[in-house]
Design a binder for this molecule. Structure first.
Ligand SMILES: C[S@@+](CC[C@H](N)C(=O)[O-])C[C@H]1O[C@@H](n2cnc3c(N)ncnc32)[C@H](O)[C@@H]1O
Length: 220
């Protein structure tokens, strides 16, 4: 359905691997440009699609925090879409994003609570929204993404992971804390529901947490 190349070494295996590629991006703005490219690339393979892009951070942060002026909005890059939905918990971000991008429907809500019909979406893009909740809550939300996707649909999910125990810290970007999930637990969670077709280590140090993206396909 989506034509995404199957590049990861774990293709064909039903168990997660612990091998990781090294992060290769030097600045956070460079990182955001890679972010912006991933949902766009998935959308180019779709037709008349209905998509969910979680949170409105990328759409408005350049207006709110001048040092993040280089962060690209994702919504205008989502080609081939009939309907675009964004769920964001911060009402000010929702209001601003809705004014800037009327082509999408911005819903003020919490992903842990909102509901959509099952099988509604061709693709769900969660770019580090999931790691602003506990692992147990994240597991339930990933289950919701699975239910909301059509069979064959794509989940792109980005999260901060650690190789030790899960940790958390306060965040300057939002009132939600930043969580760092254990890498193996998070990988197993995704594999328990999806086929993971690509995994990419985006940003981080060799010894510290890594920001990792997974492209996942709903097969059952
Ligand atoms: C700090 S940003 C990072 C994510 C951003 N997409 C990126 O690319 O870096 C997290 C965003 O998710 C929103 N958010 C956090 N928890 C949420 C939840 N449970 N439901 C919906 N939005 C949430 C925050 O208000 C914020 O705009």
């Amino acid at each position: 359905m989506n034509g995404i190349s199957l590049t990861h070494e774990s293709i064909g295996q039903r168990r997660p691997t612990t091998k990781w590629s090294h992060p290769r991006l030097e600045t956070t703005i460079e990182l955001y440009h890679v972010y912006a490219e991933k949902p766009a690339a998935i959308c180019r393979t779709l037709k008349d699609a209905v998509v969910l892009k979680c949170d409105a951070f990328n759409e408005v942060i350049c207006d709110i925090q001048p040092h993040r002026a280089g962060v690209k909005p994702i919504v205008p890059t989502l080609v081939n879409c009939r309907e675009i939905y964004c769920v964001e918990v911060d009402p000010k971000r929702v209001e601003l994003a809705q004014k800037k991008f009327p082509e999408a429907e911005f819903i003020c809500g919490d992903l842990r609570e909102v509901e959509f019909d099952s099988g509604k979406f061709d693709a769900v893009f969660d770019l580090s929204t999931i790691d602003h909740m506990t692992f147990e809550e994240a597991a339930k939300v990933v289950g919701k993404y699975h239910s909301w996707l059509k069979p064959g649909g794509t989940l792109l999910i980005v999260a901060w992971l650690t190789f030790g125990a899960s940790t958390t810290r306060e965040n300057d970007m939002t009132y939600e804390s930043q969580y760092y999930f254990n890498a193996e637990d998070f990988t197993k969670l995704l594999w328990s529901m999806f086929d993971v077709t690509e995994r990419d280590a985006l940003f981080g140090s060799r010894s510290g947490p890594l920001l990792v993206s997974y492209t996942c396909r709903k097969v059952k």
